[in-house]
Design a protein around this ligand. Structure first.
Ligand SMILES: C[S@@+](CC[C@H](N)C(=O)[O-])C[C@H]1O[C@@H](n2cnc3c(N)ncnc32)[C@H](O)[C@@H]1O
Length: 271
């Protein structure tokens, strides 16, 4: 971790590609699943780590979190100094921007760290250490709270396909697949958006490969439901999938074109 004396941010500058509304699916999932923790915290700080060449995702994260937790504050953290300067005019009540990296240069322990489309540009071997570093910065669990959440994942340019891992202070918890159902040919279309920890593991013998294979099979089996619309087909598919895989959410989330699975079931072999 960078010391205050050197204050050199931890990490590497990468491409700054971003888009307005790109992370809406992730934002809504966070508000729905982590809203209670954000409401409970005395000073709920959410970090948008690596927000990119423009600050849109941080601005939107604040608006969406506040629907669930009106006291939430967002700090955009970016390792590329010019991107921080470009974002500063967008600061407002509840939203600030800081130069920094994986050390997370905010006081205290955040209730949320969101890193979208950041680790995909790093090497697979770096992911575990970055996860550990970021998890160690999260608000700790106590008798009432499960602690802060790290949401780390990847999506396409306009946010139609998204896969993210959610981690607590103790480590990885779940993997969420989220998609615009109208544009989906088959669930394995999401494979190209797997986060760095899983994308190179979509090969025979690895759990995530078996999962996507079973997901496609369930989707094919649910083809008769397509006449009622893609949503009905997805609902049926996930219901069938849940017979064999530890799906942790329910129909209210499935209706959004999501499904969340226990990390342990998809973790690469040897983890
Ligand atoms: C592809 S952009 C993603 C922008 C936005 N999060 C999105 O999903 O649209 C990745 C950004 O992460 C930044 N980045 C990479 N490593 C970082 C680190 N260790 N700490 C902070 N920012 C980082 C890059 O400089 C780049 O601007």
């Amino acid at each position: 971790m960078a010391s205050r004396a050197t204050s050199r941010p931890v990490g590497t500058v990468t491409r700054g590609t971003t888009n307005p509304n790109r992370l809406r699916r992730m934002d809504r999932w966070i508000a729905a699943t982590h809203g209670a923790e954000l409401r409970r915290a005395d000073a709920p700080v959410a970090v948008d780590l690596g927000y990119g060449a423009a600050p849109w995702t941080a601005v939107e994260l604040l608006a969406r979190l506040r629907t669930a937790a009106p006291r939430a504050q967002v700090v955009g953290v970016e390792i590329e100094p010019e991107r921080v300067a470009a974002a500063r005019p967008y600061e407002r009540e509840g939203l600030t921007f800081r130069h920094g990296g994986f050390e997370i240069p905010v006081p205290g322990r955040p209730t949320l760290i969101r890193a979208a489309n950041v680790l995909r540009q790093y090497d697979e071997e770096q992911v575990a250490a970055v996860w550990r570093r970021l998890c160690a910065r999260l608000a700790p669990a106590d008798g009432v709270s499960r602690g802060g959440l790290l949401v780390e994942g990847t999506c396409d340019e306009i946010g139609r396909r998204h896969v993210w891992v959610a981690l607590g202070p103790e480590g990885p918890r779940t993997v969420t697949f989220a998609t615009r159902l109208g544009s989906l040919e088959r669930p394995s279309d999401l494979a190209e958006r797997l986060p760095k920890a899983l994308i190179h593991r979509n090969v025979p013998g690895e759990p995530v490969h078996a999962f996507l294979r079973d997901f496609d099979r369930a989707w094919a089996g649910a083809a008769p439901f397509a006449s009622y619309g893609a949503r009905q087909r997805w609902l049926r598919t996930v219901r069938d999938l849940a017979a064999d895989w530890p799906v942790t959410d329910g129909p209210a989330r499935w209706r959004q074109g999501e499904v969340t699975v226990d990390w342990a079931a998809l973790a690469p072999r040897g983890h």
